[in-house]
Design a protein around this ligand. Sequence first.
Ligand code: SAM
Ligand code: SF4
Length: 328
Amino acid sequence: MSQQLTDNFGRRIDYLRLSVTDRCDLRCQYCMPKDFKDFAEPGGWLSYEEITRVVMAFARLGLRHLRITGGEPLVRRDLPILVRELAAIPGIEDISLSSNCTRMEKLARPLAEAGVRRLNVSLDSLRPERYREITGGGKLDKVLRGIEAAREAGMAPIKINTVAMAGFNDDEFDELIDYCAPRGYTLRLIETMPVGETGRKALGSYLDLGKVRKRLARSRGLEPAAMPGAGPARYYRIPGSDTTIGFITPISQHFCETCNRVRLSCEGDIFTCLGDEHRYGLIQPLRDGCSDDELLEHVLAAVRTKPERHEFNENQEKVVRFMSMTGG
Ligand code: SAM
Ligand code: SF4
């Protein structure tokens, strides 16, 4: 490898989040408006062949970690076929998936067999009525069965991602820990981000996770822990157990200086920062028949546009797209 993916601030980029669709079968209140229908048209989606070419270019530049996300990635047809192709790319060490698990019961085995190892699941409540309200109609029992199917199919580790919301689920963190602990799942609490109009509205229920961590440290005793996986969470262990809890704090304690990732949308736009609207389009060069070397140059150029940090605190109006477009 002659060139490496390093941005203008010296950060090594070795993690790509790949959004295979901006569609979703849920409407989480902080993510997408209930009546939202303005999705990308299928003709504008990167095909599986185009996605594979882009990931190959990244892999030639040293990319190792790939996360498939959305929207809800499992709503895109034949996802296991894509996973199998991506898993075969030299250099790709690790394919993980972010899903709401509504469709996981049927797809867990084919996805695991195709190469999905690690799974992150959105789960904000264990109370069916509350879950339905937060997700705009989701059925909790189906999701729990989906997570179980993923575990049986061998996906590990499984991380449960919970957006912490005052007045919605801040009385449930202990229940969530008690759900995760015996199953070997890791609970990760996430601060709400002002991404899109929905994210901004949800800031009304923003919770500073520094305070939540102190509260849980008092009730459960928490000690710092390291976890494998190239993520931004800070992990703590409940003493005397294997149970770890992660805190993702983009607002109260940002982690931009160690950011190692960029995102690719289903329309072929590289977003170099969750907190920035700038995008670098790849669909045109791909459809104009660019060579593999030219594609690689585009990837390098895109990564050089990565900003130093997000401005979620100073400039909350900045990001107008919804989180479902770029996959969190
Ligand atoms: N549909 C999949 C899922 O829910 O896991 C993948 C895409 S979803 C956009 C990825 C993650 O982004 C989820 O864990 C979700 O909770 C999180 N997310 C969405 N909007 C958010 C916001 N405004 N602030 C913080 N996290 C958000
Ligand atoms: Fe869908 Fe995930 Fe957004 Fe919820 S967070 S609406 S499951 S994309």
